[in-house]
Design a protein around this ligand. Structure first.
Ligand code: AHR
Length: 548
């Protein structure tokens, strides 16, 4: 039976249309659905960082995706793809995680600093596919810490660096922090940074301590990892900055890992919880077999060719994140009773089998469709609803890999349906999450002979002063849902909607057809405290309401 752990181990070893026509012909049952927005029931401020990203030296993410080189014909800023930077600014990208993923635990940060011509070439962790171009297999280190910092600065995002716990000593972690954060002119490494163009420190606040330490990050037990975590994070000089350490969380929803780590930290010293900023959760929806297998390869589905049942199954798998958050939060609280440690969902997204790559040879690249947009909206809503527990979310990954917001190859660049969702949802960043109660008919699909329900409408709401943002996915592939939106005693002064849908649930954006799935805007006539809105089938909607 293949598992994700085995997959990673083997990798290491081998080193348009709005869709209105579709639902206008269907009778939307008269306001059979209701969304009640409870303005007084707050759930906490939505950390902007929930809308963060993840980039890894993997396939076409760095080389071709982000980095094109300063002598490239592709429009670039200091070698970084200009289109990407512009779009990241538009969606207000808060944090970007780097350099992995599994790559992080095989990476020596020193390989990626200093004069480019002196940087070594190394075997990439993800070097197993002979179809990949050499630059993806044999890491040239053209892009390292300084290039990443420049990328973050251009995009207006904060860096989140993941340290190598598996194959470097703790001393090297101290040194990486020193390289990034020691004051101008203070140390040899600060001078080296200055020579690379940045006399001023980068002031990196987010530091991951390993990645998937139960697997590619060292095959550790939770107790071993706890010891390594403590060693890596003890007395690291802060250079006046708060260092937010993020621990490597479980394999899937393995509560033993979380309990083992937290128990072992408490055994040493309860106060240590005050030094742990976040606990990582990774959630990939990869098994579309309807429960027939748990084989990592056999369970996967196709990114573009899928049945209606597989549409629902992907969302069903995505929703597993909610009980994962709840159960891990509870388990953490058994030891960290004050809940000082927050959750960081630093990898999430669907994971399909190979075959839909926009650029053949880019490993783990897949073609995001409307299904992935609905999945992504649903996930971001879920994170918004857990604003009190989740301090950061990082979609895996930003470009040319898994749930990409963007696809790029040479001079071609396209925003995927997932990228549009981040745009539609960006108004939630930093707003107050409020409770919204959804009542809508469920859809039912055949899950290997068992009729299985799934909510049709799901979403979240937030408020900032007089601005209210309600985001809603309609998972139902056939039925529009006419919905009464009720705001209690508050009144609406004006409202507008942005809607992402298509008549074809498989629709996706390609280099040749970049706008097959693009948001459309509509003014809404809404006044008073209730109004009716029709959510098209298979859609993501963002409703911006101005309150009286
Ligand atoms: O995102 C791809 C890989 O998935 C990451 O490198 C790893 O952390 C996870 O297993």
């Amino acid at each position: 039976m293949n598992s994700r752990r085995q997959f990673l181990r083997s990798a290491a070893a081998t080193a348009g249309a709005l869709g209105l026509s579709r639902f206008s012909g269907l009778a939307a049952a008269a306001a059979e659905s209701k969304i009640e927005i409870l303005l007084n029931e707050t759930r906490g401020i939505i950390s902007p960082n929930i809308y963060s990203h993840f980039t890894e030296h993997l396939g076409g993410v760095i080389y071709d995706g982000i980095w094109v080189g300063s002598d490239s014909k592709v429009p670039n800023v200091f070698g970084i793809r200009r289109d990407l930077v512009e779009h990241l600014k538009k969606i207000k990208a808060p944090v970007i995680r780097y350099p992995g993923g599994c790559f992080a635990d095989s990476y020596d940060w020193r390989d990626g600093v200093g004069p480019v011509e002196k940087r070594p070439r190394r075997t990439n962790f993800w070097a197993f596919s002979e179809k990949s171009p050499a630059i993806h297999r044999y890491e040239p280190n053209f892009f390292g810490t300084d290039e990443f910092m420049r990328f973050c600065k251009l995009a207006g995002a904060e860096p989140y660096l993941a340290a190598n716990v598996r194959s470097l000593p703790a001393e090297e972690f101290d040194r990486w922090v020193e390289y990034c954060n020691s004051p101008k002119g203070s140390t040899t490494l600060a001078d080296m940074r200055a020579a690379a163009g940045s006399p001023d420190p980068y002031n990196v606040h987010y530091w991951g301590v390993g990645n998937e330490s139960w697997g590619c990050g060292g095959d550790q037990t939770p107790q071993e990892y706890s010891a390594a975590f403590r060693r890596f994070t003890a007395w690291v000089p802060g250079y006046g900055q708060q260092l937010n350490f993020i621990g490597s969380g479980p394999n899937g929803d393995d509560l033993n890992w979380t309990r083992g780590f937290f128990e072992s930290i408490r055994q040493k010293e309860e106060d240590l919880f005050g030094k742990i900023y976040g606990w990582g959760l990774h959630h990939y929806a990869w098994n579309l077999s309807m429960g027939r297998t748990s084989d990592w390869d056999k369970g996967k589905g196709d990114a573009v060719q899928f049945s209606t049942g597989e549409w629902y199954e992907l969302l069903h798998e995505g929703l597993r994140l909610e009980p994962m958050i709840d159960s891990h939060w509870q388990a953490m609280g058994e030891f960290d009773t004050q809940h000082r440690v927050k959750l960081i969902v630093d990898e999430w997204g669907p994971w399909y089998r190979p075959g839909s790559e926009a650029t053949p040879g880019d490993i783990l690249e897949q073609m995001p469709t409307l299904r992935d947009a609905v999945f992504s909206g649903m996930t971001l809503d879920l994170l918004n609803r857990h604003a009190n527990q989740v301090a950061m979310g990082n979609c895996a990954q930003l470009i040319n890999c898994l749930n990409s917001l963007y696809l790029a190859h040479e001079d071609r660049f396209v925003i995927t349906p997932v990228g549009h969702v981040f745009d539609l949802y960006s108004g939630h960043q930093g707003a107050q999450s409020i409770r919204a109660v959804f009542s809508a008919p469920e859809v039912s699909y055949d899950r290997n002979g068992t009729p299985t329900p799934l909510p049709s409408l799901m979403g979240s709401a937030s408020v900032r002063g007089k601005e209210l943002l309600l985001t809603v996915v309609n998972a139902d592939v056939t039925q529009a849902h006419e919905t009464q939106v009720s705001l209690g005693s508050a009144g609406v002064a004006s409202a507008s909607a942005r809607i992402l849908t298509n008549t074809d649930i498989h629709a996706h954006n390609t280099f040749a057809q970049p706008d097959a799935v693009a948001p459309q805007s509509r003014e809404i006539s809404a006044s008073g405290s209730d109004f009716t809105h029709v959510f098209p089938p298979a859609s993501v909607t963002s409703l911006a309401l101005r309150l009286r």
